[in-house]
Write a protein that binds this ligand. Structure first.
Ligand SMILES: [Zn+2]
Length: 703
């Protein structure tokens, strides 16, 4: 996703471990693949599956359907999934490789192994040992529950909330450690709103979500009952009332997209003065942060309100709230009653997924993290993700692929530099800084250069919850240990086995190994398809640095306004037209795309595809593009892009996506950008009578 989201503290909902790292990702839709599908998909001799086209649909009426319709018609969404897509099929391939790797490692792992492979195997084994997990019930989270029972003051409970970084207890506030967006040579402590168990504040406030809110209350009651907590019914009602108050005080997702508004620096005494009702010192101390000199607050006006709500809430309600949070977050790793309740609410009710995935798949994600399939991969704390990535890339990511992608990135960079020089709406000084910023971008492909050290992390083959907790502790200790040193420029926020990409605060473009396979990238594919697909994706991430949020960061990655006022105005006017276009899209009755929420991603898609075309043209060096299977070069670039987004989702997942996801549903990621590009009209002979037609003077031209 985007640089500025890092400044957005506490965006992840309650009881989800608070993570700062929400660098803007390329794709997030839930779902995955059917086990009975053929493993290999046919992308044709040159990288595009011609049989996937729906030739009864005119490209100008619905380009997404034209390119992918027949493939989508041939497939249905399996019961244990909320979506299917080509991307998710590729995730499946990675998943099955990880599965084979972990099964083999588990066979030879001892009780408490010392090697990387052994630790991965023992962790996986501990997840697969269902008999033991059943026998233990809620016992594995006894340390959390005992601590909550023993905490009888708000001071003590606030201190427990600081443990969210290393155990299962949630918190009214999120806390994180990351690069300071206004001083990018240093790390800083971020604090922000949190405390919501439903995915979004609006879920508590809109009448349309009333049913889900009721289901959530029943879920809270169910978990408290399973814990034998006193008065589960009464406490569940009180917890819902508490979270509703917090929701009213919280910023919306759109409000949180403003990186300047989301950056309020305080000293510890200043924070205490601003929000005196919360025990900040105890909270930060238990997060191992001592007494930080500087704390950046994400939602300046919400945090004091939430602190006041905290102080007005009875201690026994706060205790029940934290007990529920621990059970909720540990549930997938606990016995069946917890796991089933968690699935029924968090998956079936919230996403429409009918059946739970088979155990081994969940085991793979428990060890590997990177659970993009659930759309919640930043929440998967306490895993051996970097160890898994190291083992995976050693086996499956050839250096030749790395070199090829690096060359493509260089092409896209040149194309972008030319665009910046040529645009008519940007002044010379702003262009100069923009070019400086573009040149400053570094590219990370495949996997990090420095492996993470897991030698001190104790993993046991019979202690799943302990493994999660110790892995989380080690990860947090790693962050705390480096906080006073120079910023680690080689850092990655996504593991190599994550099927995604991002543009980060350190002006880095990061492409994990797993995303670099078809339909995104195929070393054997026709150049036009690769430019349209991986080129578009690279361009997407690159333009994030200059979108409505990214443009607020300068050539050193600092949050600083470097745009001339007229430049900013011209940019915003163009962006607004794009936002207005997207706000008219309605995938389901009453479920409209939010043009503001999806603005950054839509600008990036339009920019990415623009740059991909330019880079493809430049790569021809004046020669005519070859025609393959009757398709011109430009047609194949557009088809390559369309194929990346081939997929469909359940209604529930689509409704959830338009309400809270910064990415528009797939069909608009194809139809939305193409209708603004003159080259698309020429390539497919699109006419004014076609449904997607936009008059030339109404097409959005940003880059
Ligand atoms: Zn993005």
């Amino acid at each position: 996703m985007i640089v500025p989201s890092k400044a957005r503290v506490g965006e992840r909902s309650f009881m989800s471990k608070f993570v700062m790292a929400a660098a803007v990702a390329l794709i997030v839709t839930a779902g995955a693949v059917r086990a009975d599908e053929p493993a290999g998909l046919k992308y044709g001799a040159w990288g595009f599956d011609l049989s996937s086209r729906d030739l009864n649909t005119r490209p100008g009426d619905d380009f997404f359907q034209y390119a992918n319709g027949a493939w989508l018609d041939r497939r249905s969404i399996p019961a244990d999934k909320t979506a299917i897509s080509l991307r998710l099929y590729e995730s499946d391939l990675a998943e099955s490789r990880l599965h084979a790797m972990m099964e083999a490692a588990a066979k030879t792992a001892g009780h408490e192994p010392a090697t990387l492979e052994g630790k991965v195997g023992a962790f996986y084994k501990s997840f697969m040992d269902e008999g033991r997990i059943e026998a233990l019930g809620a016992k594995p989270i006894a340390p959390e529950l005992d601590a909550i029972r023993a905490a009888t003051t708000r001071e003590q409970l606030g201190a427990l909330m600081g443990r969210q970084v290393k155990d299962f207890i949630g918190g009214a506030f999120g806390v994180g450690l990351n690069v300071d967006t206004k001083d990018t040579g240093h790390y800083v402590v971020y604090v922000g709103q949190s405390g919501l168990g439903l995915p979004d504040r609006d879920d508590y406030l809109r009448a349309a979500f009333a049913e889900k809110k009721a289901a959530y209350q029943a879920y809270v009651e169910k978990l408290l009952t399973l814990l034998d907590w006193p008065d589960p019914k009464g406490r569940a009602a009180a917890i819902l009332a508490l979270e509703t108050k917090i929701a009213e005080a919280s910023w919306s997702r759109v409000e949180q997209r403003d990186p300047n508004a989301s950056y309020a620096p305080y000293s510890l005494p200043q924070l205490e003065a601003a929000a005196p009702e919360f025990p900040w010192r105890a909270f930060l101390r238990s997060a191992d942060l001592g007494e930080p000199v500087k704390i950046v607050v994400g939602q300046k006006t919400a945090v004091p309100k939430i602190a006041a709500i905290y102080a007005a809430t009875p201690v026994d309600v706060l205790q029940a709230w934290l007990a529920f949070s621990a059970a909720d977050r540990a549930a997938p790793n606990l016995s069946k009653p917890f796991d089933d309740a968690h699935f029924a609410f968090r998956r079936r009710t919230l996403t429409g997924q009918d059946q739970e995935e088979v155990r081994w798949k969940r085991g793979v994600h428990a060890v590997s993290g990177g659970d993009y399939l659930a759309g919640d991969y930043y929440d998967r704390f306490g895993n051996l993700g970097w160890a898994v990535g190291q083992l995976y890339t050693a086996r499956y990511f050839p250096p030749a692929a790395k070199a090829k992608v690096q060359a493509l990135v260089a092409d896209l960079k040149s194309a972008y530099a030319a665009r910046i020089r040529d645009v008519d709406w940007m002044s010379a000084p702003t262009k100069a800084e923009a070019l400086k910023k573009l040149a400053a971008y570094t590219v990370k492909v495949g996997y990090p250069d420095a492996p993470r050290d897991y030698s001190k992390v104790v993993i046991r083959d019979d202690d799943l919850i302990g493994n999660v907790r110790r892995a989380a502790e080690a990860d947090w200790a790693f962050r705390v240990a480096r906080r006073n040193g120079p910023v680690d420029r080689g850092d990655w926020l996504m593991t190599p086995q994550t099927n995604d990409a991002y543009s980060g605060a350190m002006l880095d473009l990061v492409f994990p190994a797993v995303i670099l396979q078809p339909p995104i990238f195929d070393p054997a594919a026709d150049a036009a398809v690769n430019y349209g697909a991986v080129g578009g994706v690279i361009g997407h991430e690159m333009t994030h640095g200059f979108d409505d949020q990214g443009r607020k960061f300068d050539s050193q990655g600092r949050l600083r306004d470097w745009w001339g006022p007229a430049d900013a105005k011209a940019f915003e006017a163009r962006a607004k037209v794009l936002g207005d276009q997207f706000s008219t899209y309605e995938p389901l009755p009453g479920a409209r795309v939010n043009g503001k929420l999806t603005m950054g991603e839509n600008i990036a898609d339009l920019g990415g595809l623009t740059l991909a075309l330019d880079a493809y043209h430049a790569s021809l060096h004046g020669r005519p593009a070859p025609v393959i299977d009757g398709l011109t070069g430009d047609q194949r670039v557009f088809l390559g892009w369309a194929q990346v987004w081939s997929g469909k989702a359940r209604d529930e997942a689509i409704r959830r996506q338009v309400a809270s996801n910064p990415h528009a549903p797939s069909q608009y990621r194809v139809n939305g950008p193409v209708r603004n590009l003159d080259a698309w009209y020429a390539a497919f002979g699109v006419k004014p009578s076609d449904k997607l037609y936009v008059a030339p003077d109404r097409r959005v031209r940003i880059w």
